[in-house]
Design a protein around this ligand. Structure first.
Ligand code: SF4
Length: 448
């Protein structure tokens, strides 16, 4: 299994109201699909009302030309999410013409039930609670002040974008800056906001900067107001660099690709091994393997071909279908593997099942002579409180077994995780500015 990030968000603001931006949001969401493939949605404001279309599935499958035509507006926001809530009402963006707000966010507001005015608030209603509180504050004060007031109440990780019935777009990031968010523009015509800078590149916008932790932006037809409302206390999610984000993105102004190349080099320095070839599991581990090869001089091979998009093997009912699922995801290239001593690099290990399947395939079906597994993230020992789906501790192989025991379980010759120092140094922020909670089990967040 792979860990799931919680959502990608995107927003665009056209200062010229003749524009219709829903197609920009559509392409922005396709570019953000790495952050969630279960639900998607767009909300747009045309000066009169907020229209919203959202549902289950991939962006290209769900949205048709007709659906996009039902989203007129010069301000638009969108969301992709890896979770599928029971109630369609909880799919983002959440919007409501009575309150006059469209709202999308990435993160987890931990105290949302406590601060909700509705005592029957359900488990997946965090976005609805945040939107309701913000719309109530907007009735009393201007957007900057209203946003500051709700941010004082929220405890947790959040990067949000909201559109209002007055034609404003509000953007905010929590003081820890756990979830990514950045800003860009198309000249003087449009402002754009996205989880990742690659989304801005793809829609043709110029990346400007990350939104700072604790910062608020308010776009109006006449201005862009900006306020550093809270002192930044950065705790950027380290997993963004290892796995969640696209390699062509800058997250908090650091190149994800560069961080992944450094991780590969670290793996080579920390865990050298005498082997014939190095192979990275597509897609995330390819830069790790490239850098491992560069550092050691060991040839790199393309070991696998991925067919289509990720297939969730866990839901296949029979053993046969499970095997088909594994090979659909990753079909090995015999010529690259047979008879060789292979260093196999992957981004993470959760329960160990996927690694065991891959090693088994390489050794027993393809005929690899040796398989040495190297993982480009430290031991995953703890769940994430901020909306990333990491299983409970008793299901995490790293929380329960030492590397040599894991090696036996997955059928590898040797097995190693990247060190904590290795991931910190590769990302390039000091340790105290990173969240490393799922690797250390310590969530020591200063503002709580
Ligand atoms: S606990 Fe792990 S996944 Fe969650 S925010 Fe921290 S580093 Fe990221």
């Amino acid at each position: 299994m792979k860990i799931k990030e919680k959502c990608g968000v995107f927003g665009i603001y056209a200062f010229d109201q003749k524009w219709n931006v829903s197609r920009f949001v559509y392409y922005g969401l396709i570019a953000s699909q790495n952050r969630g493939q279960e639900t998607c949605g767009i909300a747009a404001f045309n000066g009169e009302k907020i229209s919203s279309v959202k549902g289950r599935g991939m962006v290209e499958e769900f949205f048709s030309k007709e659906k996009l035509e039902n989203l007129p507006g010069w301000i638009g926001i969108g969301n992709v999410c890896p979770f599928n809530p029971e109630s369609a009402q909880n799919i983002q963006p959440v919007s409501d013409n009575n309150s006059g707000l469209g709202f999308t966010y990435n993160g987890k507001i931990l105290n949302f039930k406590e601060i909700s005015t509705n005592k029957k608030t359900g488990d997946n209603e965090d976005a609805n609670v945040a939107a309701t509180l913000l719309s109530q504050e907007l009735e009393k004060s201007d957007p900057l002040e209203a946003t500051e007031t709700v941010m004082e109440k929220f405890k947790g990780a959040y990067s949000f974008i909201a559109i209002t019935k007055n034609g404003e777009m509000i953007v905010a990031r929590d003081p820890m800056g756990i979830k990514p968010l950045c800003i860009g523009s198309f000249g003087f015509d449009h402002g754009a906001v996205a989880s990742e800078s690659a989304t801005l590149d793809i829609i043709g916008a110029d990346y400007k900067a990350p939104i700072k932790p604790g910062e608020i932006y308010v776009f109006t037809p006449y201005s862009i107001e900006r306020k550093q409302a809270f002192k930044p206390e950065p705790k950027h999610c380290a997993f963004e660099y290892v796995y969640f984000s696209r390699p062509d993105s800058f997250i908090n102004d650091k190149s994800v690709y560069e961080a992944r190349m450094k991780i590969g080099e670290y793996l080579a320095k920390e865990f050298p091994v005498d082997a014939d070839t190095v192979i990275g599991v597509p897609e995330t581990a390819i830069p790790f393997a490239m850098a491992y090869s560069d550092y050691t001089g060991m040839p790199i091979e393309m070991g696998f071909v991925r067919t289509g998009r990720a297939v969730r093997t866990a839901i296949k009912p029979t053993q046969f279908e499970r095997l088909v699922g594994v090979q659909l995801k990753l079909n090995p290239i015999r010529h690259a593997i047979r008879g060789k001593k292979v260093v196999l690099i992957d981004d993470s290990v959760v329960r160990g099942t996927t690694t065991r399947n891959i090693v088994n395939l390489m050794r027993n079906r393809i005929g690899a002579k040796e398989v040495h597994v190297r993982i480009g993230s430290p031991r995953l020992v703890s769940p994430c409180p901020f909306g990333v789906e990491v299983p409970q501790k008793d299901e995490l192989i790293a929380a329960n077994l030492a590397p040599d025991e894991v090696s036996k379980v997955v059928g590898a010759d040797t097995f190693a995780w990247l060190s904590l120092e290795g991931v910190i140094d590769s990302i390039g922020f000091p340790k105290e500015k990173l969240c490393l909670g799922c690797f250390t089990g310590e969530i020591s967040l200063s503002i709580f």
